[in-house]
Design a protein. Sequence first.
Length: 674
Amino acid sequence: MKKFISKIFVLLMVVLSGLSLTACNEGDDLTTDQYGNEIALNSFGPCPVLRGGTLYFYGSNLDQVTEIDLPGADPITSINVVASGTHSQISIQVPAEKCDTGLVTLVTAKGGKITTVTPVTYREDITLSEFYVGTEGTLVGNVGDVVTVKGDYLNLLHGIVFAENDTVTEDQFITHDRYTIQVAIPEGARTGKLTLTDLATSPTEIQTDDVLEVNLPTVSGITPETPKAGQTITVSGTGLTQIASVKLNGATVGDSTFISQGAQTLSFALPDEATDGEVTLITKSGVSIPAGTITTVVPSNLSAAPSPVKNGDEISISGSDLDLVTGIAFPNAAGELKSVSATKVVAVVPETAQEGDITLSLANGKTVTVAYTLVKPTVTSCTPTSLIAGNTVIIKGTNLDLVSSVTFPGETAQTVSEFSAQNALAIALTVPAAASGTGFTLNLKNGSTVEIASGLTIQAATDPSVGAINPASATAGSTITISGKNFDKVENVYIGSYKVTKYSTRTSTEIVCQVPATAEAGTYKLSLEGFDGTVYDGGTFEVASAELDIRACCVNQSDRSVVMSFPLNISWDDSGRFRIQNNLQPSLKDLKLTAGTSKVVFYKSGTGQIQFNDPNWSSLITVADWNGTESSLEIVLTQDMIDWITGTKTDGWSNTCFIVQGDGLTISKVTIIP
């Protein structure tokens, strides 16, 4: 091994002339006369001196010194006299150990003492000569094997750092003296060089040239290779006490939860979340070691009963390893587990579930499926079997409680979703007046349909009947279209008590007319009056309020995806400032607006003002109420304002009609009156 030296010193011999000395006046042979005939010490050196090296003393008659005391060391009586007399010189060998920095005392033959004024200091040349594992020359070892480090002044080092590992401190050393350190290879060690340190704040560190090769754990097998969640997995090999964790696909098991861990075997429970894939052992030094692959168990041999099963009833799925199941889903519907065991799971079939495959999910993300079929409604008879459209029919059969609506044939299909009565065995309903033909369709709650081709014949009604009103809601004075049949027998149309007086088109199948301008907002029965005075029911129609709530069109000034919440404290900053958009619902750009008549209304409380700006921040108008006497503030629309609403004018990048800001008011609602 290459020899390392932690510090390089230049040996300086310090010859001190006229050095002031302190002596104990215990003998007549002591004097401070440098060159008299008595004993005197002038200087000593080198300082610092090498531990184990030679220390020289210069003065008069020093050959009469019989003992030299270094702090911390045993008295030194082996003194070499280099020169005697007036210009004398003596020397000693400094102990390699057990000597401290401090003042040096010289003792004469008659017991007199001379003490130096300055302390002696030392230098140590720390060297490494070699290291090995077990026997010399071996640089490969296992965790726990003893590493021997050889050198000099190793007693001054207090820790060894193994590659990728925390420092092993001297309290864990097996042997520690000037020439030798022995320490066991720690579990976290990796292959690499050793670093020896004195652990000082600015530490002296010595690194080996050679590399210690630490043998990694080995894996000889993993069982079982097809485990079930919760089952014990055992890894066999060598050096397995070095393992800190096991990494699986979807989960990691730490050593604190290992079932057992030894040098040759390691056991752990397979987490529920773990799935198929590689198993990797992670050592305490962070090295990854492949241990093989696993394929996790899933439920098998599955069957569903009863078959078919009715929506809303329980279904049982039998098989093996079903205790792994954590979730269930049906085609077109989410499910909920009612009970789970190793051999069976039970759930209720949702009302909206369709036929197909039931999916069972596991905690590790894997799924399995099992096919099932559903009970379907059957029709055994209709009473009567033939009728004129507009009359009542009773449909009899089985499982008719699964039906959500019935569609009858006609020039356009007629669907009835409101039944007079319904249970599993029968449905009573009124056949739409516009229906005609043979058979009907059962529309089930799960979205499926059952076609009934025969059993009911519907004769076309000769009386006027309404099939549809478009739109189903409109403001007074607006135009609506009534579709149906036999309108050539209709003389008058009424919306509630309001008689329709303005018609655009009248045919046997369509009436286009205007909602009476005097009609107040509300829901009314639409009636058709025949020439003979007979009144026919045309369904319901809603007269919408002329004042349209447009709060859903009011969005955040800085984020147009956020609809403002009301009531709102209006302000001059973005906290209470908002935009009115023309592309949301209700669609403002589709309204028929008139300059000087149409209005935007702000329902408010408090006192203050509202500023109305176009999308380019040009002020259009400011309205105010400084007395707080009004419950609302109105802005009569100009043609310029209407052009911003309809999109005739645009800022080129947004669908903004107006930017609204102000202060002092709390706005509860924003409306528009066409």
